[in-house]
Design a protein around this ligand. Structure first.
Ligand code: F6P
Length: 550
């Protein structure tokens, strides 16, 4: 049993953090912190499996970190983590355990191991079977996989398949359809041949409107195109096996209610990943995540990377007052990582009551957003450098760049691409440097030629070219984006969310906030047809009239 722990705002450490913030924390300046401590980088670089994180440019000092550790201790964070890993019912509002870590544990090393490995073996055997004839000429040989799912049944698999393109089977294309907007599905159907397409209907509940509607339309399209063998061309990944059977799908890969949607890419929901990459790479993804699980479970507090990331998140949100963080992966393959993290972080920790249903008096989830470097630099980095808000940035850099089919490129092109990778890294490093150091008006003035403009005095131009600096960031470094390192990176973010959620005393595993709109949309659908707006608020009624052209 988890013993009850005090709410973070009722601890001595919370009061100490408030005092510390008033006394020094509000004015921490990275440049001073570096000047005062020549060992800052060394002492704030954390090594976890596959991932090294430099947190020296985080807005904190020794005292901040000591109070944060005290907070973790007082909130009995280690106990909460261990209870979760043991499979206790930590998702109170739904009466469930939270055991996505069991999905990546080696045989016999976690709860439900027999069930987990039975489905995993089955699913990977199926993936390898599809792979054996992928791209072949015979009807039933699969060329295209279409995953139909939304939220956790889309974002995780899609992000991973995109990220690991260099490891993917070139004879199998993967498509992801999530939006109820028919353009999404229609766009994919235009590209595929029913004889060579495998539809994966991915839904934990098998009731999600968007997914069910898309799946029904896909099935109709398949039949209209002369497709007959639904059993071969449609599979389901779900915890609702009866629902899938009622839909007419006989091949189902199941999972369990203790796997939350946003934590489900390690389960049968990962089938598109296994199809795209093959069983060996899927197992490597699981291994990487498991290595991070072990680190989280057993590394001492001082060296526990997910712990420090979660503590930083609480410090930033509740004391420094930062409302968002920007994720900037310097790897084109990770272009869906920010979207994936949005669900992971904001659906988990965007809560307004504590575990006991008491309203919170402090802020919870930050907004997570971002774009891959360097594209973001040419869009919103202006605001990060000179805007009025301070937004911490998280750079993710990779030493190497495994390219798909690199051997087919000439040595000259390979060398040029290698150079581009170095340029990518130089850009990421420079952004972190510029954010921290900034540029004074005096420095800027030296750059402005006295004759720069007849109308605008040089000192005004210099002020526009001034950067305040002291903008915080952290940098994650990974050798190369591989199945194993990606598994570790994702698990790191999952655990970080558990840490901040546990400190905030909230249930990070339910998502009641998405239900109200779902129910209302069911009420509005027939009204869009009939035009009946009785009992609706004036804004919605007027909008229905406008959309119906009345
Ligand atoms: O509406 C939110 C949500 O429940 C997510 O938590 C979940 O990942 C998504 O919908 C899809 O749910 P399902 O896998 O049951 O279709």
């Amino acid at each position: 049993m988890i013993s009850s722990s005090p709410r973070c705002d009722q601890t001595v450490a919370w009061a100490a953090l408030s005092g510390h913030y008033q006394a020094h924390g509000a004015d921490l300046d990275l440049r001073t912190l570096f000047a005062e401590d020549p060992r800052r980088v060394e002492s704030l670089t954390f090594e976890a499996p596959e991932v090294v994180v430099d947190m020296s440019r985080v807005h904190w000092d020794v005292a901040t970190r000591r109070h944060l550790l005290d907070l973790a201790h007082e909130c009995r964070l280690a106990e909460r983590r261990d209870a979760l890993l043991r499979g206790e019912l930590v998702n109170g509002s739904e009466g469930r355990a939270v055991l996505h870590t069991a999905l990546r544990a080696p045989r016999g090393q976690a709860p439900f191991s027999d069930e987990v490995h039975a489905v995993l073996d089955q699913m990977l055997a199926f993936a390898d079977e599809v792979k054996a004839s992928a791209g072949g000429p015979n009807p039933g040989d699969i060329h295209d996989v279409v995953n139909i799912g939304i939220g956790g049944s889309d974002l995780g698999p899609q992000m991973v398949v995109m990220a690991l393109e260099a490891f993917a089977n070139p004879r199998l294309r993967c498509h992801f359809v999530s939006n109820i907007d028919g353009q999404d599905l229609a766009g994919v159907l235009r590209q595929v041949d029913p004889k060579h397409t495998l539809f994966v209907v991915a839904s934990k509940t098998f009731t999600t409107q968007e997914t069910m509607v898309n799946a029904r339309t896909a099935r109709q399209w398949f039949l209209d195109q002369g497709g007959t063998d639904i059993a071969r061309h449609f599979v389901a990944t779900t915890s609702n096996v009866e629902g899938a059977a009622a839909f007419g799908i006989t091949r189902t890969f199941g999972f369990w209610d203790w796997v939350g949607g946003r934590f489900s890419l390690w389960s049968a929901i990962g089938l598109p990943i296994a199809l795209a990459l093959g069983s060996q790479h899927f197992r490597a993804l699981l291994d990487g995540a498991h290595a991070m699980d072990q680190h989280f479970a057993s590394a001492p507090s001082e060296a526990n990377l997910p712990l420090w990331l979660g503590l930083m998140d609480v410090w930033y949100r509740n004391f420094k007052g930062y409302t968002s963080r920007c994720v900037a992966p310097y790897h084109h393959g990770l272009r869906r990582l920010p979207a994936y993290l949005q669900q992971l972080v904001m659906e988990s920790n965007g809560k307004g009551v504590d575990r006991h249903g008491q309203p919170l008096t402090y802020a919870t989830s930050e907004v997570v957003w971002g774009e891959p470097g360097v594209n973001g630099q040419h869009a919103f980095f202006q605001m990060l450098h000179q805007g009025t808000d301070v937004i911490p940035v998280e750079f993710i850099l990779f030493k190497g760049l495994p390219l798909r089919d690199a051997g087919q490129l000439s040595p000259a092109v390979q060398a040029m691409l290698h150079r581009q990778h170095q340029m990518l890294l130089a850009n990421g490093l420079a952004q972190a440097q510029a954010l921290m150091w900034g540029k004074t008006t005096e420095q800027a003035a030296h750059e402005v030629a006295p004759t720069a403009s007849k109308e605008v005095p040089p000192e005004i131009i210099a002020r526009h070219r001034t950067f305040p600096g002291n903008r915080p960031s952290l940098t994650m470094v990974i050798d190369a984006l591989t199945p194993r390192s990606l598994g570790a990176l994702i698990a790191l973010h999952e655990h970080r969310v558990l840490v901040s959620g546990a400190l905030w005393g909230i249930n990070s595993f339910d998502q009641w906030g998405v239900e109200l709109g779902k129910a209302m949309s069911n009420d509005l659908l027939p009204r869009l047809d009939s035009g009946d707006v009785s009992g609706l608020d004036p804004a919605t009624a007027a909008m229905i009239a406008r959309l119906r052209g009345a």
